[in-house]
Design a protein around this ligand. Structure first.
Ligand SMILES: [Zn+2]
Length: 357
């Protein structure tokens, strides 16, 4: 095996995968809400059954420093979340609850995202997965929404820019919803290339393929707005035909991933048709891109995913692949039961608008 871990087209990355877990996520919970603590219970039970975490490097999640949070969020908004929690909780929008301990839980989710990114950038781990909630990618600088309080991945990217001098960060967001918050933070910033696949039209309504960034950031936002019913083949094509050439052109030094497993065919909230095997192909591709361009530096962060068993098996599979790209996929649900929608016209338009043809 050569130094960079390549062996016959596969990667063995022994002892180099880390994880972080937000111990306060349990406090951010609302019975009957899809984004609840039950999600993390399902994940941790399956990971424990398979003995995954004990062999990985554990990175502690602690509340984020305010200066780091304020690189993304407005001070007034942070105060609003804090005061809403102190007052006993409430809602930021009809979907987005705040409980008495949600402020600390959200600070610690963002802190975990930063700590894991720091571990990867300082060479203490090659790659990693942040088991954090509440999720983050819908959170705007001044407004929480869509189950998200603070934008964990945006805060981690700003940290990498400011404290590790990373010039080019690729954020890949395969959650079924468009990461409007992440897109907004970096819309004018060529230092972060935001690539998103998502159901469209759908919540939150943004992510048209014509949204490509502005001013200095023009061309550094890449949206693939899939119609209802796209599955493994459409996602594979989007990665091969758009993500791979965009990545080769951009030459990122770090890849961050907003990992939402709500594009699975059995997810209760959305209408896409990915299988866990399809998710695994995407994760493999991301690991290979990180190995090819970023010395393996890849940090995956949990976003959505609301079918508890699908979520747990998807996270288990992702961890296995981070350790070894040829690891077995755990997919008891199998392929989507319906044929999927074609994406040729959409991908042609996306390639055109980004100068890939
Ligand atoms: Zn989602």
């Amino acid at each position: 095996m050569s130094d960079n871990g390549r062996e016959q087209g596969e990667f063995t990355i022994a002892g180099a995968t880390a994880y972080t877990y937000n111990p306060l996520e349990e406090e951010h919970d609302l019975s009957g809400h899809p984004e609840s603590h039950r999600r993390m219970v399902a994940i941790s039970q399956l990971l424990q059954q398979h003995g995954i975490l004990e062999r990985l490097r554990s990175i502690e999640a602690t509340p984020i420093d305010m200066d780091r949070l304020l690189r993304v969020h407005d001070r007034d908004y942070v105060r609003l979340v804090e005061s809403r929690a102190r007052q006993g909780g409430g809602y930021l929008d009809p979907d987005t609850y705040v409980r008495p301990s949600s402020y600390e839980a959200a600070l610690t989710a963002a802190g975990g995202a930063v700590s894991l990114t720091d571990a990867v950038l300082s060479g203490r781990a090659r790659n990693g997965f942040a088991l954090i909630r509440p999720p983050g990618h819908h959170a705007l600088p001044g407004q929480g929404m869509g189950f998200c309080l603070f934008n964990n991945i945006a805060v981690a990217a700003r940290f990498a820019q400011a404290e590790h001098r990373v010039d080019r960060i690729l954020i890949v967001d395969f959650d079924v919803h468009h990461g409007n918050g992440t897109q907004a933070v970096f819309y004018r910033d060529p230092g972060v290339l935001y690539f998103s696949t998502h159901q469209y039209p759908f919540y939150p309504g943004t992510g048209d393929w014509r949204e490509i960034g502005e001013s200095e950031g023009e061309g550094y936002t890449v949206n693939i707005p899939f119609p209802y019913g796209v599955g493994d083949e459409g996602y594979r094509r989007a990665f091969e035909d758009v993500l791979v050439p965009i990545t080769e052109r951009y030459r990122p030094q770090l890849i961050l991933v907003s990992a939402g497993y709500d594009a699975h065919w059995d997810d209760p909230l959305a209408g896409m048709q990915l299988s866990i095997a399809g998710y695994a192909e995407m994760v493999r591709q991301l690991i290979e891109l990180a190995e090819a361009w970023c010395q393996g530096r890849l940090v995956i962060m949990l976003e959505g995913g609301y079918h508890l068993d699908v979520l747990a098996h998807s996270v288990l599979t992702t961890f296995r692949l981070l350790e070894h790209t040829s690891a077995p996929v755990s997919d008891p649900f199998g392929p989507a039961p319906r044929p999927e929608r074609p994406v040729d016209d959409l991908l042609r338009r996306v390639r055109e608008v980004h100068g890939l043809t």
